[in-house]
Design a protein around this ligand. Structure first.
Ligand SMILES: [Zn+2]
Ligand SMILES: [Zn+2]
Length: 416
């Protein structure tokens, strides 16, 4: 037997109603804020991710599925969504028609150690907004994320955390101060952080190690060392969130690994799955478009992991859409006629599931029940002779006889 690749899985039909609800709700909410869907290729030139995600990042160095195609070009399966969106933005000359607001959803690929809830093919949905510079756009994006999460049923236990990462002007002097502080606490840092101290002192702030966390809490914070413009931006964001009555917490330890991330960073976390988990993460990357060869364009975006969202879904809101009409034809002659009738009724606009296995009435009714059918149409020898079906309401058991020609008219009313 050939199985799936390690860390990869099927999403079986029983799970799909939840996934469809996520996708439909996302489309509805995002488009109501003016976002349009973009579908980018699943593989790109490796250099795209090296440039956008960072050649020395863990993702690019250790986690990408990279391969040479038959022409010898180095290609990679996408490990995240933003790089391709930025490439599409520049390549399709969309810089002249700002704003550009898009959403995407689909599979991403990372060669990570498989563990509970983490897969090597996983799914993300996200939004990117190009052209808007001010804090109103940041606040509105957070409002949209929260509206989406509330709509899928994550009502309580949500926390919005924000921070400012500053800009190229104020981050350099801050970095120097942070480094000087961390050097005085060198002994308390974990091995990994000691190694990356000079290269990337900011990442030490979000190290999960106990010693590092204690040090980080006493470190100088970026938010207290913002330049005038960054301070104003952050102030504008908190004011707008307050006006929108969106509760938030400032998390000064939230950092991002890459230089082109600036100013606003945000995360939405929940305790609904036990421990504190991030369900959405995003922020500004005003420097990325220029970094990728485009015209300097402010931008902000976020992404959400769909596997985790699927776990959070309110089961009561998931519509499994069971068959409305399930046709049970008993015997060879009825089966022959059943195929024709089902097509005729579908021509009339009805969704009709014809039991595909046939056999005894009892066996077919059992399958109709298992499928969750709301109405069963029974076509036995007697009904065949009378050119009728016996229609049974599976909820209350009420039965009625319908002529074949009356089925469409009678049942159309059930399609609400
Ligand atoms: Zn600044
Ligand atoms: Zn550490």
């Amino acid at each position: 037997m050939i199985t799936t690749v390690r860390g990869v899985r099927d999403i079986l039909p029983a799970e799909m109603p939840g996934w469809r609800l996520l996708e439909q709700t996302a489309r509805q909410i995002f488009s109501s804020y003016g976002y349009q869907e973009l579908r980018t290729p699943i593989f790109e030139k490796t250099e795209l991710f090296a440039r956008a995600v960072g050649a020395t990042s863990d993702i690019v160095e250790k986690e990408m599925y990279t391969f040479a195609d038959r022409g010898g070009d180095s290609l990679s399966l996408r490990p995240e969504g933003t790089a391709s969106v930025v490439r599409a933005f520049i390549e399709n000359n969309l810089q002249r028609t700002l704003p550009w607001a898009i959403y995407y959803m689909g599979p991403m690929f990372r060669y990570e150690r498989p563990q509970k809830g983490r897969f090597r093919q996983f799914h993300q949905m996200g939004c990117e907004l190009f052209g808007a510079e001010g804090p109103l756009a940041d606040a509105e994006m957070m409002a949209m994320v929260l509206r989406f999460l509330r709509r899928i049923g994550v009502e309580s236990s949500l926390t919005l955390e924000i921070n400012s990462l500053g800009c190229s002007q104020c981050r350099e002097p801050y970095r120097g101060q942070l480094l000087a502080f961390l050097q005085t606490r060198f002994e308390s840092l974990c091995e990994h952080c000691r190694q990356r101290l000079q290269r990337n002192p900011l990442r030490i702030l979000d190290c999960k190690g106990e010693g590092c966390r204690a040090v980080a809490r006493q470190a100088p914070f970026m938010k207290d060392h913002l330049c005038g413009a960054c301070g104003e931006h952050f102030q504008g964001l908190t004011t707008t969130l307050t006006d929108l009555q969106l509760p938030f917490a400032i998390n000064p330890l939230m950092v991002r690994g890459l230089d082109y991330y600036n100013r606003t960073a945000f995360e939405v976390t929940t305790t609904a799955l036990g421990t504190q988990n991030a369900v959405a993460a995003g922020g500004r990357y005003d420097g990325l478009v220029a970094e990728m060869g485009g015209v300097q364009t402010p931008a902000i975006g976020f992404a959400m992991g769909m596997e985790r969202l699927a776990l959070l879904l309110d089961a009561a809101r998931v519509d499994a859409s069971p068959p409305l009409l399930y046709l049970v034809a008993v015997g060879a002659a009825a089966g022959q006629r059943g195929v024709l009738l089902a097509e005729q009724w579908r021509d009339g606009g009805l969704p009709v599931v014809l039991d595909p296995l046939g056999g005894s009435m009892k066996a077919q009714l059992k399958r109709a029940d298992r499928a969750g059918a709301r109405f069963v149409l029974i076509l036995g020898e007697r009904e065949l002779a009378e050119q009728a079906v016996l229609m049974k309401n599976m909820v209350d058991g009420v039965q009625q006889v319908l002529g074949w020609d009356a089925v469409v008219a009678q049942c159309s009313g059930l399609l609400t």
